[in-house]
Every structure is written in C-alpha cells, then in structure tokens.
Design a protein around this ligand. Structure first.
Ligand code: SF4
Length: 346
C-alpha cells in the first residue's frame, strides 16, 4: 500500500447532555473516545461494530459534519479538523460520502442530471456546459446506468439504482476518499452484492480509498483490505482482513465473527453468545470497556485499560489488539490460537 491519504489521531467526540431548567451540561455521551487509524491511498478500511459503538460518528467527524472534541484528522498530510469553513472548501471535494438510505439521500425535486451536475459546478470542475454534460454522461457509464436515465427523477429508480446514483454523485467531485456509511445495509442481498462489486471495481479503476462503515462482517470480508473493530467509542482491534478473520485477537471480535455464516457446506462456526447489555457511552465501564461482557475477563481487566499493541501470536505484523490476555503466557491465553472463530464440523 502507498502513503496514507487519511490519518485519524486520538479522535474524540463527546456530545454534551443538557438538562435542568437552564439547560446546563449535566454530562457527556462519550461517542468516540480516542480513536486512531490511517487509510492508505487505494485502500479499503472497514470500521465495524455493533450499533451505537461510534463508528458512524467517526465517519461524520472525518466529513467535518461537526467539530470534534479533540484529536486530529489529517487528509493527505494536511490537518482538516481545525480549518475554517472557507479553508475547508477545497478539501471537502476530496472526501465524499455515500449514505445508507438511497431513498432519503437524493433530493426528490432534482432530476438525476442536476443531482450529478451540482457537485461538478460547486467545485468548478467543468470547463463549460459541454464538458459538464460529458462528465455527467461519463458518471452514468461509470456506475453502469443508462445515459438517458439522467432525465428521470429519483423516485423512478429502484433502491440499488438510487445507490448507484449516490455513488455517481460522490464520484462527481473526483474524491480521493469515499466514506461509505452503511452504504449497502438497506439493500436486498442480491443488490447488495452488485453494489459491493461496483465499489470494488471503481476502487481499482480510480485508485480510491474507502472507509467502509458497516455492521455486516460477511460483506466486509468480501471487500476490505483491513478491518478496525470498535466497541463503545474505542478501537479494540485492527488487522489485515485475512489475519483478523482467520485468528481474531480480541474477545469482542471473536464473538462478532462467530455469528458470520460460513460459506462452506458441512461446516459451521462455534457461536459465542455475549451476555449482558452494551454499557452506556454516558458512563463507560472502568478498565477494559468490554469487561462486563467478556467471557475471559479477569481482575486486571476491571481496573486497567488495555492499550492497542501488536499481538505476539498474530499471523502478521500490523495485527493489533487492546486486550490484557496477550500479556499472559500462551498456555493461559485462549486467543493465542483461533479457538472461538475456528470452523468445526457440523
Ligand atoms: Fe476481555 Fe480483559 Fe481482554 Fe478486556 S482486557 S477483552 S475484559 S480479557
């Protein structure tokens, strides 16, 4: 992989809780609480975790949809989290988004031609009106939609076609990075596969980097280069796809993977059912945030927060996890081998 197009350093986003008659701050939702990762040019990094873990908040912070509490977001070597709206404008073109819901993310009062022309005009990318038309037609080709469909309204398309228009709108700005926020979650299974294949093709053709935010590990396994797993506002594991799926090194990842169907007849995974509710991000547990649900928790986990570090028993370098188990001798570490996610005979 080449140099990083995006670096996120110790990102925090704490939303204030307002209460009382005067609307004073009574606490905070620690939605994202110290997250760091990078994405190389042309790479797909998937950010996964249960609903409410903070993964979409990370995406919105990168898109500068709000100001962050602290940390840094660096795009192609330039910090963007502290830029003014005016200074941010040229950088906005370089990071685009595809949202989850293709039904509400397109303006119903604009024809497809105008939806695609808008970012081209806004960023001054077309030389003249002929060039604008040519760019719109090329975008339709790129997302495999007929050119004459530019004269139609969003409601005249299926969900999958609308998501293609959403992708074309993102591409219209000629970005370096696209944030795909649950971009295929609302689609039927067969349409989902088509859109994932399209995103993969486009990535190879255009050299795009993708931040693929998803709760669906089966889709992630199909399309990503690396995976970052989030739990309660923190990243708990990051690894190249093969290493993570073959031998997860965090108990939370192990449990998530155990629920992914295995595409091999006669095989199944040993399912790990997590007990207990996800704790509130308003009052996250001390020590390891996962200790209230972790089947391997021991005394140290309840008092000391584990740091992300290379796992000694991982298959490759760059496989990091935040778990005290990896400080134990291998014989006392249930994740030294891929026990939980291992395939077992049906
Ligand atoms: Fe479980 Fe402890 Fe590891 Fe946290 S640090 S994941 S509680 S074993």
């Amino acid at each position: 992989m080449s140099a990083a197009i995006l670096e996120v350093n110790e990102l925090k986003k704490h939303f204030p809780l307002k209460g009382g008659l005067l609307g004073s701050t009574t606490g905070y939702v620690y939605a994202v609480d110290g997250v760091s990762f990078s994405i190389a040019k042309g790479e797909t990094l998937s950010l996964v975790g249960e609903s409410g873990c903070g993964k979409s908040t990370v995406g919105k912070a990168i898109l500068r949809l709000f100001d962050i509490t602290s940390g840094q977001v660096v795009l192609d070597g330039k910090r963007i989290d502290d830029l003014s709206t005016t200074a941010l404008r040229p950088m906005r073109r370089r990071v685009q988004v595809v949202f989850q819901d293709p039904f509400s993310s397109l303006n119903p009062r604009m024809k497809v031609r105008d939806i695609l022309a808008e970012p081209i005009r806004n960023f001054g990318l077309a030389k003249d009106s002929k060039d604008l038309e040519a760019r719109v037609a090329k975008l339709m080709d790129t997302v495999r939609l007929p050119r004459d469909a530019v004269n139609r309204w969003p409601h005249e398309f299926s969900g999958g076609q609308r998501q293609r228009i959403g992708i074309a709108r993102a591409l219209a700005a000629e970005p370096d990075l696209i944030v795909c926020d649950e971009a295929v979650s609302a689609l039927d299974v067969s349409v989902k596969a088509q859109i994932v294949n399209l995103l993969q093709d486009l990535q190879q053709e255009l050299g795009l980097a993708l931040l693929f935010i998803s709760h669906d590990l089966a889709i992630v396994e199909h399309m990503t280069h690396r995976v970052a797993v989030m739990y309660l506002g923190k990243i708990v594991e990051v690894a190249p796809k093969r290493s993570l799926f073959a031998a997860p090194k965090h108990p939370y990842t192990e449990a998530l993977l155990s629920a992914v169907p295995v595409p091999m007849p006669g095989k199944q995974r040993e399912r790990i059912i997590l007990t207990g509710d996800v704790p509130s991000p308003i009052n996250p547990p001390k020590g390891c945030r996962f200790h209230t649900r972790c089947p391997y928790a021991f005394d140290r986990c309840r008092v000391e927060e584990p740091k992300l570090a290379q796992v000694p028993t991982a298959l490759v370098s760059g496989h990091v996890a935040a778990c005290h188990l990896h400080d134990r001798p291998e014989a006392e570490n249930p994740l030294a081998v891929a026990k939980g996610a291992a395939l077992v005979a049906a």
